[in-house]
Design a protein around this ligand. Structure first.
Ligand SMILES: *Cc1c(COP(=O)(O)O)cnc(C)c1O
Length: 497
């Protein structure tokens, strides 16, 4: 199994090389040269497997330069009962909304109560093994600029992983009080968290400059250290997301909700297009899928793209109740375009150049048709998001977060438009307790002053348990209190790497 850049089909590399590098030197994203197949016989075999065994089987098809033992080690370190609360890290809750059955795939039972844990709990293990395979014995120092969620999920993933360190920068006034508390109380002997006097863009620009700063890289190299990133275009973050779509399908067969071989629809609340792309990868490997339903909030750039073939990031940026989807450039769409154009890297190069220079591109009618055959796109406002949370709760007693609500709202629109009653998996990406203010506002009327009181109020009102990692935050001591100037970032990295 080999990989190449979306911008160059000729140069092929191993999985370990792709994971260690993160992004291709030509600026493209690494993609598999071909999709490995899962036959129906194999699918049937997987029915009786645990999540970790299913994961090992899927990974063994992609990471052919890893030994079976190495894959097992990665999987068993990542998806423990201790970290995810149960043997199955991704349980499905079944309920009804406006007369339609929802199979809600809960991807948020990990240490930070959001779906990014599914990938970031295993990435550190893939990454350290990949770097060793490429012949280096360096300590990997992960640099992250975060607007909240990714920083915490990366910290939890890398904490106490041998051979790694992680430094997270966040904007002093640019994250929620809960997110700040999550990061400043972070445990682990190899982690560092620091606020900067600036906004998220300043943090991001600062981190990018450090990655390419030759002086800093030389200093670190002399100490056998190298910088790396954990962002969502790394192949090592995409592959773990493929697993749970297979696993969800098998769980639905085991629950007699679908029969083996029956097609399903998949609805995903989408930002950077990573999660929904993983479901497309599962489909290309053999998972029976009828339609991918791409749900956006008011930042509806993908809705427009799926419906018109025009991708245009020149538009107002909205801050919404579903902040992890507040994105105008969905990086992983580049991978879908590559696969759907039959690997036309010349065309991808052209489109991505247009995006860079004009902020806009249009695909031809042939590609547009191929996309709309498989994908449906629609969007959901903040008002509709809260209405959906309230209505779902009153109809079925199920409490969902704002991102999941966007997905459920868009799925409802899809069924109304098409009358397609194919069984549907809804990706649920965060615990409602991560977004207490908007969720409590949707189901209750009194809003207490701070987020911990809101969580308690939501718990009293609904009886839904507060996830342990969030409940425990209240009594944790802050370990990281530094706030530095933007100009101090390089010095902070060389001192703490
Ligand atoms: C990151 C995130 C998303 C968006 O996922 P993509 O893979 O970027 O499309 C949706 N919901 C939550 C809660 C997230 O953290």
């Amino acid at each position: 199994m080999l990989y190449n850049s979306t911008l160059n089909k000729e140069k092929k590399i191993t999985a370990a090389e792709a994971i260690a590098a993160g992004i291709a030197p030509d600026g493209g994203l690494f993609v598999p040269c071909k999709f490995p197949a899962v036959s129906e016989a194999e699918l049937k075999n997987m029915l009786s497997m645990k999540y970790t065994e299913r994961a090992e089987l899927i990974f063994s098809k992609y990471l052919t330069d890893f030994s079976a033992d190495e894959i097992t080690e990665c999987v068993e370190k990542a998806y423990t009962k201790e970290k995810f609360g149960a043997e199955n890290p991704t349980p499905i809750s079944c309920c009804a909304y406006n007369g339609n059955d929802l199979n809600i795939l809960e991807l948020w039972h990990g240490p930070t109560a959001a779906f990014k844990d599914m990938a970031l709990q295993i990435l550190p293990h893939f990454l350290t093994k990949s770097i060793k395979k490429t012949g280096l014995n360096n300590k990997v120092v992960i640099l992250v600029a975060t607007s909240g969620d990714t920083g915490k999920a990366a910290l939890e993933g890398f904490k106490n992983v041998d051979g790694t360190g992680i430094i997270v920068f966040y904007p002093e006034n640019g994250v929620s009080p809960m997110q700040k508390r999550q990061m400043c109380t972070q445990e682990g002997n190899n982690v560092c968290v620091c606020a900067i006097k600036g906004n998220f863009d300043d943090a991001q620009t600062g981190v990018k400059a450090i990655f390419t700063d030759e002086r800093i890289n030389n200093v670190l190299r002399a100490e056998n250290k190298q910088l790396s990133s954990a962002n969502s275009i790394n192949l090592g973050r995409l592959l773990p997301q493929v697993v749970y779509y297979f696993s969800a399908y098998l769980d639905l067969v085991n629950k007699d909700k679908i029969y083996m071989g029956e097609k399903v629809n998949i609805t995903v609340p989408t930002g950077n297009f990573g999660n929904i792309l993983a479901s497309y990868y599962a489909f290309r490997m053999g998972l029976p899928v009828n339609k991918f339903i791409c749900a956006s909030n008011s930042n509806d750039v993908l809705t427009e793209f799926i419906n018109t073939g025009v991708y245009n990031k020149n538009r107002t940026f909205y801050t919404t109740y579903s902040p992890s989807m507040d994105i105008l450039v969905s990086s992983n769409l580049e991978r879908l375009l590559y696969h759907i154009t039959n690997e036309n890297s010349e065309m991808i190069k052209e489109l991505m150049l247009k995006l860079k220079t004009c902020g806009k591109y249009e695909v031809d009618s042939d590609i547009k048709e191929k996309i709309s055959e498989m994908f449906y796109g629609a969007c959901c406002s903040d008002k509709e998001t809260q209405e959906t949370i309230g209505r779902l709760y009153s109809q079925s007693g199920y409490l969902c977060d704002t991102h999941t609500a966007v997905a459920i709202n868009v799925y409802d629109k899809y069924v109304n438009e098409t009358s397609d009653k194919t069984p549907c998996i809804i990706a649920s990406t965060a615990s409602p307790y991560k977004f207490c203010k908007a969720v409590l506002g949707a189901v209750g009327d009194n809003l207490p002053a701070n987020e911990f009181e809101m969580a308690d109020a939501l718990n009293r009102l609904t009886g839904v348990n507060i996830p342990k990692p969030i409940a425990e935050l209240k009594d944790k001591k802050a370990r990281f209190k530094d706030t530095i100037e933007i100009s101090g970032m390089p010095g902070y990295v060389t001192k703490n790497a």
